[in-house]
Design a protein around this ligand. Structure first.
Ligand code: ITT
Length: 196
């Protein structure tokens, strides 16, 4: 079965290519030159649905969308659905991290989690989307460290490993991450629910 992946984020696309392997075919919406829709909703679930419907409508294919972000306990879940644009409309990872570190100055509770919500639909009008999620718990570091990954990985500290997510090789991140867990759930659901 072939899906369009409703994302234009190069970091996500790299990770999901590794996660999906050859279980089913998946091609980024960038292959069709699709302009990402505005993510106007206040939940990951709704924004994933907006992206999946847009890509499915424009390609005529079943679609998978990933809406994800970082939720910080002491900031009541921020940056949350605005993780990509936390420091402004241009997505620049370094600026987003600086703003978050600035807002965390003097805060001792550093607990946070990444969340990945995935949606699969067979068509834009699919009345029964598959929806799954994965979470990854850690802490906000005091300064960025590491060069792997993308987004907030350099300031996402994993206590049990003693390093940030950006210090992990992609395969290691893909064993542990919110996206890895969500994709495991998605593959199980698709195997059980889609027969062709
Ligand atoms: P698409 O909508 O085109 O997929 P996007 O980057 O706008 O790309 P989201 O709206 O889902 O995607 O925002 C996700 C943001 O959350 C992303 O830009 C990062 O800042 C952050 N994020 C999500 N997963 C992450 C990860 O595994 N590591 C680091 N940061 C992550």
């Amino acid at each position: 079965m072939e899906f369009v992946f409703a994302s234009s984020n190069a970091g996500k696309i790299r990770e999901i290519e590794d996660l999906i392997g050859n279980r089913f075919q998946i091609r980024s919406q960038q292959n069709w030159g699709i302009v990402p829709p505005e993510e106007t909703a206040s939940t990951f679930l709704e924004n994933a649905l907006i992206k999946a419907r847009n890509a499915s409508f424009l390609t005529g294919l079943p679609a998978i969308a990933d809406d994800s972000g970082l939720c910080v306990e002491a900031l009541n879940g921020l940056p949350g659905v605005n993780s990509a644009n936390y420091a402004g409309s241009e997505e620049i990872d370094a600026r987003n991290m600086s703003k978050l570190l600035e807002n965390m100055k003097g805060i001792e509770n550093r607990r946070a989690f990444f969340i990945c919500t995935l949606i699969a639909i067979r068509a834009p009008s699919d009345p029964a989307p598959i929806a799954v999620e994965g979470r990854w718990y850690g802490e906000i570091a005091r300064e960025p460290k590491g060069k792997q990954g993308f987004g907030y990985d350099p300031i996402f500290f994993l206590g049990e490993l003693g390093c940030t997510a950006a210090e992990l090789e992609i395969q290691k991140k893909n064993n542990l991450s919110h996206r890895a867990n969500a994709f495991k759930n998605l593959i199980r659901e698709i195997d059980g629910k889609y027969t062709s």
